[in-house]
Unconditional design. Structure first.
Length: 189
């Protein structure tokens, strides 16, 4: 029995590392804009929550954040401790909470509708973490006078259509991968 538990732990920790790496790789598939970039990171954050559940999904994003803060250039604009002063760092902080929330909301019901709703809720958490942080850095640290309308334009509105496509892709891919991970209908992990 202990051998099976150890093998299960190794499996989930390996998948946790994989999703930390996928989130990092997603930062490099990017289309830059003045303050942020279109990346594939949201896809992998959603999939981490959907496939790994709340604990390991959030852990994968924590590993990603710690690697970047330790100096590895895994963020779309580089890495290192000074990255906390980057206007988009708050969105990265939101990844951890989003992966947890997505996994929590789908742990007992991984139906497509539930998965899509959970990913939308996770995306809302990312924006709720990212936009105020962006406003703080832009207005207080950098001394720019960015109002709410400009903030929404810089940090959210242009990204919503692409984010909706990433959510659809995450649900589509996760529905096909769940059986391979032993997480099917009604199974909590």
């Amino acid at each position: 029995m202990a051998h099976a538990n150890k093998r299960t732990s190794i499996k989930w920790l390996s998948l946790t590392a994989l999703f930390a790496a996928l989130t990092a790789a997603g930062a490099f598939f990017r289309i830059p804009t003045p303050w942020s970039a279109y990346t594939l990171q949201i896809l992998f954050v959603c999939m981490a929550g959907l496939l790994l559940g709340p604990k390991y999904g959030a852990l994968s994003q924590l590993v990603y954040l710690l690697l970047g803060l330790a100096g590895l250039p895994v963020f779309s604009g580089g890495g290192g401790p000074a990255y906390v002063l980057h206007p988009t760092f708050g969105f990265l902080l939101g990844y951890l909470a989003a992966a947890f929330l997505i996994g929590f909301l789908c742990r007992k019901d991984p139906s497509p509708r539930r998965m899509a709703a959970a990913c939308a809720a996770g995306l809302a958490v990312i924006y709720l973490a990212g936009l105020p942080y962006m406003a703080l850095i832009l207005n207080v640290y950098l001394g720019r006078g960015v109002d709410l309308a400009a903030l929404l334009w810089l940090g959210m509105l242009p990204f919503l259509p692409a984010d909706a496509l990433k959510i659809a892709a995450a649900v589509f891919l996760s529905r096909r991968l769940l059986p391979a991970l032993g997480r099917g209908e009604g199974r909590e992990t």
